[in-house]
Design a protein around this ligand. Structure first.
Ligand SMILES: Nc1ncnc2c1ncn2[C@@H]1O[C@H](COP(=O)(O)OP(=O)(O)O)[C@@H](O)[C@H]1O
Ligand SMILES: [Mg+2]
Length: 127
């Protein structure tokens, strides 16, 4: 989990679209350049923020991503998912099973085919 930044949030043009997509899609993959504001923007909409670039956040997901994802208050932000690539498979299985809403982000740009294969709905680049 991560606490919100103390910096005052500046509204972004993408905010209304993100809210609309989150209400409609079971999962989103949000790639974009470093420091573009992905974590800050998405964390505001998440009931749970999992920092996969930190050992405390990553350990359970490395051990068993399906179990780690289960029961988390939603929407769940899986920040820096590329640190534990197995989480995408867990997200796909969770979406297929329960249609829960999950926001996922990464600094790494994914090939569209990779996103398609994962079963996630590519929501575009919101950097
Ligand atoms: N909408 C915003 N209003 C104010 N500060 C922001 C906003 N978006 C990002 N920031 C600030 O910009 C910096 C980088 O944001 P961050 O969310 O960590 O980027 P990313 O996750 O894309 O690497 C942070 O210090 C964050 O507080
Ligand atoms: Mg980030």
């Amino acid at each position: 989990m991560v606490s919100a930044s103390s910096t005052k949030y500046r509204p972004r043009l993408i905010d209304p679209l993100l809210d609309e997509l989150l209400a409609q899609l079971p999962a989103m993959l949000v790639p974009g350049p470093r420091t573009a504001g992905k974590t800050t923007t998405l964390a505001r909409r998440a009931a749970t923020v999992v920092r996969l670039d930190r050992q405390t956040g990553a350990a359970a997901f490395e051990a068993d991503p399906d179990v780690a994802l289960r029961g988390l208050p939603e929407p769940v932000l899986l920040d820096e998912w590329q640190r534990v690539p197995g989480v995408l498979g867990a997200v796909r299985r969770a979406v297929e099973a329960t249609r829960i809403r999950i926001a996922s982000t990464s600094r790494v740009r994914c090939a569209p085919s990779w996103s398609t294969r994962s079963g996630l709905a590519p929501a575009g680049s919101y950097a």
